[in-house]
Design a binder for this molecule. Structure first.
Ligand SMILES: Cc1ncc(C[n+]2csc(CCOP(=O)(O)OP(=O)(O)O)c2C)c(N)n1
Ligand SMILES: [Mg+2]
Length: 348
């Protein structure tokens, strides 16, 4: 077997030719004060929520699978800042951040993690299976790659109904090697479906780095055989994500068909809660946290520009911690679903 290569981490300037633009720092438009503050709060909510979920898991309140999104917050927050009402979101199992960014309540998500009746799937879905038709969030899927075909179906529905909404389908670098992704690309390109395919390239699929698993590691090029354009984006910089989202969503809304955004990002925690993390060094993780953390980047800009003081940022953190503490309290005390719920919401 070939020696293990270290994955290339995000923030790098890619040398590969992209079919479209790159958003890797230099060409990133600035945010105004309101946008910076909004992004800061939203990303912090996800970070604090995930930290609490990790604690509750350790205390035995959460059973089954639990995949934390810590480190990748800028991706969903930047995308959501550009989306409009009615745009659908669908993703895999690393989904808590996507739900919070979509406006689903922290209580509803946390209580679903603990399997309580106030959870968004009435305590019957757990971490990987939550939905909200009201917030246009279509899951939460445990089958790697499945959400790509389903998201393509959501885009087909938009086209069929003649609305101008866009489906945003997230998947990982590992999922990007699944066959159904390319069947979906073919149909989406053929029918010019309004869908943004987002590859959240966090450089690992469970314990396997992209360097060991993939022949074409520039995922923005993965649609080129179907004529689908793609862009590589610094997914640790929320401004770069928002700018790429603006272009991609406009591309879809104007009837030009699908587009791919490859978000170069990084997960700080293990794949799931039982990950020995022997496939990467502590230094690699530490370097990403120190040099590219999405929340610290926004914080530094807010302070530097005098748009917020340390005390004001602490107050935001306290607000967010209160929301998360309240959700944890609720999730521990809300009753479990009644036994009769075993027979509802199922197909026979
Ligand atoms: C069809 C299928 N194959 C394998 C698995 C097991 N599995 C769960 S997560 C995962 C890795 C996916 O990695 P990636 O798409 O990069 O997403 P990430 O976990 O990095 O967010 C695998 C192989 C699965 N759930 N479904
Ligand atoms: Mg991955």
């Amino acid at each position: 077997m070939a020696p293990r290569k270290t994955a290339t981490v995000s923030g790098r300037k890619t040398t590969a030719k992209t079919a479209g633009k790159e958003f890797t720092g230099k060409n990133t438009p600035d945010f105004g004060q309101d946008e910076e503050l909004h992004a800061y709060r939203e990303m912090l909510l996800i970070r604090r929520f995930e930290e609490k979920a990790g604690q509750l898991y350790g205390m035995g309140f959460i059973g089954g699978f639990c995949h934390l999104y810590i480190g990748q917050e800028a991706v969903v927050v930047g995308m959501q800042m550009s989306q409009k009402e009615g745009d659908q979101v669908i993703t895999a199992y690393r989904d808590h951040g996507h739900m919070l960014a979509a406006g689903m309540s922290a209580r509803g998500v946390m209580a679903e993690l603990t399997g309580r009746q106030g959870g968004l799937s009435k305590g019957k879905g757990g971490s990987m299976h939550m939905f909200s038709k009201e917030k246009h969030f279509y899951g939460g899927h445990g089958i790697v790659g499945a959400q790509v075909s389903l998201g393509t179906g959501l885009a087909f529905a938009n086209k069929y109904r003649g609305n101008d909404n866009v489906s945003v389908a997230y998947f990982g670098d590992g999922a990007a090697n699944q066959g159904q992704v390319y069947e979906s690309f073919n149909m989406a390109a053929l029918w010019k479906l309004p869908i943004v395919y987002i590859v959240e390239n966090n450089h690992y699929a469970m314990g396997t780095s992209t360097a060991r698993a993939t022949a074409q590691s520039n995922y923005s090029l993965r649609g080129s055989g179907f004529g689908i354009p793609g862009m590589q984006v610094d997914g640790m910089d929320v401004r770069a994500v928002k700018a790429a989202a603006d272009e991609a969503l406009e591309h879809c809304r104007s009837g030009k068909g699908p587009i791919i955004l490859e978000m170069l990002t990084y997960r700080y925690r293990g794949h799931s809660m039982s990950d020995p993390a022997k496939y990467r060094s502590k230094d690699e993780v530490q370097k990403m946290r120190a040099e590219h953390d999405p929340i610290e980047q926004v914080k530094a800009r807010l302070l530097e520009k005098g748009w917020a003081t340390e005390d004001e940022l602490k107050a935001i953190d306290k607000d967010v911690r209160d929301i998360v503490a309240d959700s944890a309290e609720f999730a521990q005390n809300d009753p479990e679903p009644d036994v009769s719920e075993l027979y509802t919401d199922i197909l026979l």
